[in-house]
Design a binder for this molecule. Structure first.
Ligand SMILES: CC(C)(COP(=O)(O)OP(=O)(O)OC[C@H]1O[C@@H](n2cnc3c(N)ncnc32)[C@H](O[C@H]2O[C@H](COP(=O)(O)OP(=O)(O)OP(=O)(O)O)[C@@H](O)[C@H]2O)[C@@H]1O)[C@@H](O)C(=O)NCCC(=O)NCCS
Ligand SMILES: Nc1ncnc2[nH]cnc12
Length: 305
């Protein structure tokens, strides 16, 4: 265990909740809930997300405790446990967190995708800290090792999980059948490749250029929107609508995104267009939170210790 951090469950769960709060606070997010409006959502607002985020702190710290307990008695201190040593316990925590979220939000899906994604990353970072005694070699290696580990959990079960489903109940399940898309599960199986390629580097580049954290998050969201096959957009509409919205996101970036006055105007127009056309890239919002969570974790365990 990393020597400098005694209170790992609290430290990690605070970072996860912070990532969720920063994501919903970033404004303006086209079609999504933010501080200015509810985007293309009729059943939730900024405060629903605050309630939902705050309610998830316990879940994240329970995951850390689960992993600390499992690693306490391991025979070889430097080797990862097989995922089946903890995965069913992790799933049980995820299902319970979803249940609590729906209770807090009055049956609205604020964070189902985030419970899954940030839960998996929380598990992987907790394992990493149990295995490694020293700080990471570099932030990039740290992030790669954590996200690769999530891939190790999910790759073997990806198709098996979909094939077990008799009748599609979610957008993700329906789109696997009709389009072969793997949605939130596929992102995890890839080791969060989209967040690592389009989310995190854009946040870092923008911060290096001196823009605010808010604007860095918006720029990263726009880039994610260009690339992610978001099951929310397809589920409400179809693949063509996704392509249309992605082309709009690209034109906003071409106009300068957060970096120019015309780019910022284009973001506002795109938000109005998403609202009018009932388009929400909810999966991109989740991957923005993933990107930010990875950054907060690497800042904590690499740069600033
Ligand atoms: C494996 C699960 C994630 C279950 O998956 P499901 O089959 O439900 O999968 P998906 O539909 O693929 O997505 C689940 C949520 O993930 C977000 N998401 C969507 N596309 C992507 C993507 N390409 N990459 C990553 N993430 C994605 C999405 O979250 C957003 O949607 C919310 C709104 O959704 P919804 O209410 O359905 O839609 P609306 O249009 O607003 O509603 P209507 O008006 O149409 O009714 C929004 O807030 C975003 O957050 C998806 O919701 C997982 O849940 C699971 O297995 N859980 C069990 C526990 C477990 O195993 N845990 C593992 C350890 S942690
Ligand atoms: N800000 C947001 N708006 C809508 N759906 C979301 N899912 C996660 N974050 C979201």
């Amino acid at each position: 265990m990393h020597k400098t951090h005694d209170n790992i469950p609290i430290i990690i769960s605070e970072l996860a909740v912070k990532a969720l709060l920063y994501e919903v606070s970033a404004t303006p997010k086209p079609g999504l809930v933010d501080r200015a409006n509810n985007g293309a959502h009729r059943d939730m607002d900024f405060y629903t997300f605050i309630d939902s985020s705050v309610g998830l702190g316990q879940y994240f710290s329970e995951i850390v405790h689960l992993i600390l307990d499992k690693y306490e008695d391991r025979s070889d201190p430097e080797i990862y446990l097989a995922p089946n040593a903890f995965f069913s316990d992790l799933q049980a925590l995820g299902i319970e967190a979803e249940r609590k979220m729906f209770k807090v939000t009055n049956h609205v899906n604020t964070h189902k995708g985030a419970i899954y994604a940030l839960g998996l990353i929380t598990c992987a970072v907790s394992e990493w800290l149990c295995i490694h005694k020293e700080r990471p070699q570099s932030p990039d290696i740290f992030i790669k090792e954590i996200t690769d580990r999530v891939g190790v959990y999910i790759q073997p079960v990806l198709t098996e999980q979909f094939s077990k489903v008799k009748e599609a109940h979610t957008y993700g399940e329906a789109q696997y059948r009709t389009l072969g898309l793997t949605g939130a599960r596929g992102e995890a199986a890839s080791g969060y490749m989209n967040a690592r390629k389009w989310g995190l580097p854009v946040i870092e580049e923008a911060l290096n250029k001196g823009v605010s954290l808010n604007d860095a998050l918006i720029q990263a969201l726009l880039v994610l929107m260009c690339h992610l096959e978001d099951s929310n957009v397809i589920g409400r509409h179809d693949y063509k609508t996704l392509e249309l919205s992605q082309a709009k996101a690209k034109s906003v970036i071409d106009a300068g995104g957060v970096y120019t006055a015309s780019g910022r105007h284009a973001i506002q127009q795109y938000d109005l267009w998403c609202i009018e056309n009932y388009i929400s890239h909810g999966g991109c919002a989740d991957l923005l939170a993933v990107s930010l969570y990875l950054k907060l974790l690497s800042d904590k365990f690499y740069d600033k210790n």
